[in-house]
Ligand binder design. Structure first.
Ligand code: ADP
Length: 547
């Protein structure tokens, strides 16, 4: 083999913010702060302060490779930590504050975090846990001196004081691009959370995929609202991709209710917004009740929806009500998270809305860098015909090779593929569609029924706020689907009219055997339907159709 003669510059996270400073120094970062007011700064400011932070961390004794935890909303200080901590060679561990306190303690201890950086709102949480966190040497509140809380936490530090003690005369160190950069734990709905350890290289490569036109197509002309939290798979990589292309970033802080999100979209002239379906449900409910006019008041062009399936009714609402195009995307913590993005192909040009919406229901086509296949229970590859559903396997340079500290053992097969735990079809145009998580499929008479397909159809009923399907035991069929529905406030809906609505929208033998109505559905810490809890809640339930 002949070695190529190109420069071997490492792909480091610090190079992203350096690029933003040299090419987009005035690119804006707008944050709604925990303290209340809107804060504005530029990539230039973030870079300068990230360097001050790196010096402060060094002074605190943080060594390369050590973990620094955050419990924080989306905001500029969190962004500074993204660059300061990883840039100096330490590992940023973003913690999901919505996890149970015992889980938070478990992951802080498992990660052996040396310092915790916390937003004001999480100080009481840390106060309760701090005695159980022996590796934590100090807690830093991400605020200024004036807002420092009274707290029992020993030696509590103030973020602005730390930064204020250092100038920004600092050179980002150069090191191997495979060095760990950040750590994120899966939500652990079953068993303990497991750590996914990203590298500089994986994060930079992933950013390219996010910026690519057939990826999320983020560019300098975009104003991107990151409703997806920075503690959920690095906000889908947007803090890095934003710097790579100089997009204006809008960080909503703790206020994720429909009204606050709508106001930020309007005031900051947001063109691209990213989040899970539950936050968009809140936004749409606000629009329904507040009498606002999104088409006239907003300049939203695209909404990236991932984390759970984007129901067709939601895409239709965004298209008709906002004039915005839903970009359905799929991925997971183990994949940094981007796997597929649902962009249209030239053959879809000019299709009527209803036909385009049928494409948007799919999770999309793999971005370059993600190798994908579906297999049956014996590991045999299934055809890409849009019908055969199988276990979805992936491999690629931003997909995990193993969990932190060896949890879960060997997780790749002999060809290096990782089993996503999802069940999917892939069609002839390479569009992948998730039909279920493998543990959630309803197994009826040896066939699989897609709980997601029924849920998405049910959501299309104007009286349905949210819907979930679980498999329940059946004497003859092994399992049959039970539909659990939350009605919209002030709406009537009977079991019969729900079933009638579904007839014709899903295959006859997929029709739920029963419908029950509840006040609310349980969700996981990442805003997904908590199917495990639902199955527990309905463990005593018996289907009327099962003798
Ligand atoms: P958790 O920590 O809840 O496991 P992840 O974000 O890593 O969080 O979850 C990844 C899983 O979420 C995927 O394996 C898949 O089941 C589901 N998921 C993500 N995006 C989509 C989507 N667009 N449609 C359907 N399911 C999705």
């Amino acid at each position: 083999m002949l070695t190529g003669l190109m420069q071997d510059r490492p792909l480091l996270i610090s190079s992203l913010i350096e690029h933003a400073v040299s090419c987009h120094p005035q690119g804006e970062i707008v944050s709604r702060t925990s303290e209340g007011p809107i804060h504005r700064c530029t990539y230039g400011d973030i870079h300068r302060r990230a360097k001050q932070l790196a010096k402060a961390l060094t002074a605190l004794g943080i060594q390369p490779g050590e973990r620094v935890g955050t419990l924080a909303w989306n905001g500029y200080r969190h962004l500074e930590l993204y660059y300061g901590v990883s840039g100096m060679g330490a590992v940023l561990h973003t913690i999901n504050p919505r996890l149970f306190p015992e889980q938070i303690a478990y992951i802080v201890n498992h990660a052996a975090d040396r310092f915790l950086f916390v937003d004001l709102s999480f100080v009481p949480l840390v106060e309760k846990l701090v005695d159980t966190l022996p590796t934590v040497h100090g807690v830093v509140v991400m605020t200024d001196r004036a807002h420092m809380p009274d707290s029992a936490i020993p030696g509590l530090l103030c973020y602005e004081d730390l930064l204020g003690a250092h100038d920004s005369d600092y050179q980002w160190p150069q090191f191997d691009e495979r060095t760990a950069s950040s750590l994120c734990y899966t939500s652990g709905t079953t068993g303990n959370p497991k750590g996914v350890l990203y590298s500089h290289r994986s994060s930079v490569l992933h950013s390219w995929a996010a910026c690519a036109v057939d990826g999320l197509a983020v560019g300098a002309g975009e104003t991107a609202l990151l409703v997806v939290p920075m503690f959920h798979v690095n906000a889908w990589g947007m803090p890095y991709a934003g710097a790579m292309c100089g997009a204006k970033l809008v960080l909503p802080g703790p206020a994720l209710d429909g009204q606050s999100v709508y106001q930020l979209m309007r005031d900051e002239r947001v063109t691209l917004a990213l989040g899970v379906p539950t936050v968009w449900l809140m936004l749409l409910q606000y629009v329904d009740t507040a009498g606002v006019l999104p088409r006239e008041e907003l300049c939203l062009r695209r909404v990236v929806i991932g984390g759970s399936s984007a129901p067709r009714a939601m895409s239709e609402r965004f298209a008709n009500g906002f004039g915005a195009f839903v970009v359905h995307a799929w991925g997971m913590t183990e994949m940094s998270p981007l796997g597929t993005v649902c962009n249209l192909l030239p053959k879809h040009d000019g299709l009527p809305l209803q036909q385009r919406l049928a494409v948007h229901e799919k999770q999309g086509r793999a971005v370059y860098g993600v190798d994908m296949k579906i297999v049956d229970d014996d590991g045999v590859s299934l055809p890409r015909d849009g019908k055969a559903a199988g276990h979805l396997l992936v491999r690629g340079p931003w997909i995990t090779s193993g969990y932190y500290r060896g949890e879960g053992g060997e997780i790749l097969d002999a060809d290096g593929f990782f089993d996503t735990g999802d069940v999917a079809t892939i069609d002839a145009d390479a569009y992948m569609q998730i039909t279920d998580r493998s543990k959630d499929v309803v197994k009826s008479g040896g066939e699989w029924i897609s709980s997601i397909a029924i849920e998405n159809a049910a959501i299309g009923h104007p009286a349905v706020a949210e819907a979930a399907v679980i498999g329940t035991p059946h004497a003859k069929w092994q399992e049959r689907p039970l539909l659990i529905v939350v009605r919209k406030a002030g709406h009537e809906l009977s079991r019969e009219s729900m079933l009638q609505f579904l007839g014709g929208r899903v295959a006859n033998w997929w029709l739920p055997d029963d419908v029950v109505f509840v006040e609310e559905l349980p969700h996981t810490a990442t805003g997904k339907l908590h199917k495990l809890k639902l199955r527990e809640m309905f463990s005593q339930y018996r289907l009327p159709t099962s003798a």
